[in-house]
Design a protein around this ligand. Structure first.
Ligand SMILES: [Cu+2]
Length: 152
């Protein structure tokens, strides 16, 4: 009798664990572990992606950047040193964004782009800057819309 009880208890236990695992996979457990893994991998990807795109900075004449859903499509722009240049800013959102240049994040503003609602495109005439690393951002959403401006 004891053996049978043990077996059935083990079965029940296994069934219970299986159900828990299945429930966990389908629901909270998996969602939580996925979002945790997703967050960390997304964060590390964003970091490595940031570094990667910093080395492959978007250059062009004029430079082009667009905004959609409160995000820039580029996190790095490359411009020539000691030469005025243009940045064509395409705001695809129906609300206001701008393209502004600072010497560094939270630093001195070097170029103040007009805040305008989209969908609309605006050409920003950026004055000549000495070689160096600068910061660009949207003055409406400075913490979520920003990037690096490499001048060389
Ligand atoms: Cu913005």
């Amino acid at each position: 009798m004891e053996g049978i009880n043990m077996k059935s208890m083990v079965r029940v236990a296994i069934l219970g664990v299986t159900l828990l695992l299945m429930a966990g996979c389908g629901r909270m457990g998996d969602v939580q572990s996925q979002s945790k893994e997703g967050d960390s991998s997304a964060a590390s990807q964003a970091h490595s992606g940031g570094k990667g795109s910093a080395s492959s900075c978007e250059a062009g004449e004029p430079l082009e950047i667009s905004a959609a859903e409160t995000a820039f499509d580029k996190e790095c722009l490359a411009a020539p040193a000691d030469k005025a240049f243009k940045v064509t800013f395409n705001n695809k959102d129906s609300f206001g964004h701008s393209f502004a240049v600072y010497d560094k994040e939270g630093g001195e503003q070097l170029f103040r782009g007009e805040i305008f609602r989209g969908p609309k495109e605006l050409v920003n005439d950026i004055p000549a800057l000495p070689a160096g690393s600068y910061h660009f951002q949207c003055d409406v959403h400075p913490f979520v819309m920003q990037g690096a401006l490499k001048v060389s």
